[in-house]
Design a protein around this ligand. Structure first.
Ligand code: CUA
Length: 319
């Protein structure tokens, strides 16, 4: 049990900004609460009825007063809105150089996977000072990944990927909570985030079980599930080649294009007929139920490892 403090420890680059906004909201609320209650008590006494024969004066309105008490709250709410939106957008847009970690929530645990293949349950080890991007999904119901010290909270939703990021500023051990009621053991769906010196992190990453990287696990799964029978690298198969597909713009049958991001790859594995690539038949079976969310992540990483945007300098501008 730590000492009680008004806000949790600040351990990410977001924390001071979020706290300043909180203090501002609090200050505005306290100021107006005191002003309003003060006025109520003052007027109640100052203008109380002193005798039975006393008649109230009819109220007279003033345009200036109306404008003042409209414009000031409007200005204040706009400040709150802009300030909050700014923080919201910066929290939802991970920088390009962020380190990738995958998160799968299930009743009632957090499963975390590093790119290098290291897996953790209810613990996340990360290096100090590097932005960390979390790509998250759930195997069952909605959970919410909450690290108070980082001021990071993002819902983890079945059937889609949600993304958040943070950059730790202090080594230490920080609470990880599930912040969305998810059943009987919701309160046990907790863990720790360990922020380590980069050197210690590298050691930690090397230690322990020697599994292959996520992409390597994905490559094996790609063979085991016989994806390789159809998806040939040289485009000679019945299905599109997956080399260089990640990040590219894919033309769809029936017109339209889609950017091949993580969500698109996931959908194509689980619901292959949702978006058919132009020039191909809907021959791929669904892998829903055959492959876990972790397996999907491994496959996605494997496909990413086959290269990003195709090397076609003649066509295709920046994403
Ligand atoms: Cu998971 Cu609450």
């Amino acid at each position: 049990m730590g000492r009680f403090s008004f806000v949790p420890e600040q351990a990410s680059t977001f924390a001071p900004g979020v706290d300043h906004l909180l203090y501002f909201l609090l200050a505005v609320s306290v100021f107006f609460t005191l002003l309003i209650f003060g006025a109520i008590f003052y007027f109640a006494i100052r203008y109380r009825r002193r005798s039975d024969r006393e008649l109230p004066h009819p109220p007279h309105s003033g345009l200036t007063l109306e404008i003042v008490w409209t414009v000031i709250p409007f200005g204040l709410t706009m400040v709150m809105f802009t300030w909050g939106a700014k923080i919201f957008f910066s929290e939802s847009r991970p920088p390009d150089d962020a380190m990738q970690v995958y998160v799968v929530g299930k009743q009632w645990m957090w499963k975390l996977e590093h790119m290098e293949g290291k897996r953790e349950i209810n613990e996340l080890h990360i290096p100090l000072g590097r932005p960390v991007k979390l790509t998250m999904t759930s195997e069952d119901v909605i959970h919410s990944f909450f690290v108070p010290a980082f001021r990071t909270k993002e819902d983890v939703v079945p059937g889609k990927y949600s993304v958040t990021w943070f950059q730790p500023t202090k080594t230490g051990k920080y609470h990880l909570f599930c912040a969305e009621y998810c059943g009987t053991n919701h309160s046990h769906m907790i863990g720790w985030v360990y922020v380590m010196e980069p050197g210690d992190y590298a050691n930690w990453l090397r230690g322990g079980q020697q599994g292959g990287s996520l992409a390597e696990a994905g490559a094996k799964l790609f063979q085991d599930l016989a994806c390789s029978n159809c998806h040939h690298a040289d485009n000679s198969g019945r299905c599109p080649s997956l080399v260089g597909v990640f990040g590219s713009s894919v033309k769809l049958a029936g017109g339209g294009t889609v950017t091949a991001d993580e969500a698109y790859l996931r959908e194509s594995i689980l619901q292959p007929n949702a978006k058919i690539v132009a020039g191909y038949q809907p021959v791929m079976p669904t892998f829903q139920g055959l492959v876990t969310e972790e397996g999907v992540l491994q496959l996605v990483e494997y496909i990413k490892s086959l290269g990003t945007k195709p090397a076609a300098p003649a066509s295709g501008g920046p994403r």
